[in-house]
Design a protein around this ligand. Structure first.
Ligand SMILES: CC(C)=CCNc1ncnc2c1ncn2[C@@H]1O[C@H](COP(=O)(O)O)[C@@H](O)[C@H]1O
Length: 194
């Protein structure tokens, strides 16, 4: 199994984030789960790659040439794919991965995990989507998603499809139990009987 890991290109202010990211990455490696990630050596991205590699894990990087030339690329990976754009990067990561995991991060991490989630909703893939909730980091976001369910913009099925765990072991057990929700196209209200 290989998981796409999306996480911050910064370390965050609290050292807890890097500790948790390193523990998580080493945990995946100890269960022979490979990592596909954005290929960077910066921030929590670098922590994830270094920890997984140190634990003997496979780490595949996918990086746009613009970031590679900005010397952001990691130089010790199992494999580093240099691609032409961020879109190519995400498509190749999605093709290489059997599931998608967000560790704490910022805008890029959000964009990547939400694209993977909306691709699940559209039926483009049937792979699990997970948040690793380090010290409750994702709680405000998850509360916002619950609000979107209540407002009628996200279905219970796709909200409940999200895996929220704190450790690699918890995630892997949840993935074994996970089943893709049945996609039911919602008729746009303004088009009766469409
Ligand atoms: C030139 C330089 C320092 C660039 C640093 N910026 C980045 N470097 C590597 N990957 C990135 C960068 N920005 C976004 N990404 C992608 O988005 C996530 C990180 O964005 P963020 O820090 O959460 O918002 C990673 O999963 C990565 O795939």
């Amino acid at each position: 199994m290989r998981l796409a890991v999306f996480t911050g290109s910064s370390p965050g202010h609290d050292p807890l984030f890097a500790e948790a990211a390193g523990r998580f990455a080493a945990g995946l490696a100890s269960h022979s789960v490979g990592i596909v990630y954005g290929g960077g050596r910066v921030g929590l991205m670098g922590t994830v790659a270094d920890s997984a590699l140190a634990a003997g894990g496979e780490v595949i990087g996918v990086i746009p040439d613009a970031l590679q030339s900005a010397e952001v690329g990691h130089t010790g990976l199992s494999r580093l794919h240099v691609v032409g754009s961020m879109h190519e990067r995400k498509q190749l990561m999605a093709d290489l991965a059997d599931g998608f995991v967000a560790l704490p991060g910022g805008i890029g991490t959000l964009e990547e995990i939400f694209e993977a989630w909306t691709w699940l909703q559209l039926g483009i893939h049937a792979k699990p989507i997970a948040f690793i909730n380090v010290n409750g980091f994702w709680n405000p976001l998850l509360a916002g998603l619950d609000g979107m369910v209540g407002a009628g913009f996200v279905t219970d099925e796709f909200r409940n499809a999200l895996i929220v765990e704190e450790t690699a072991e918890g995630l892997l057990e949840a993935i074994v139990r996970w089943r893709a929700p049945q996609r039911k196209w919602r008729r746009p209200a303004e088009i009766p009987g469409s």
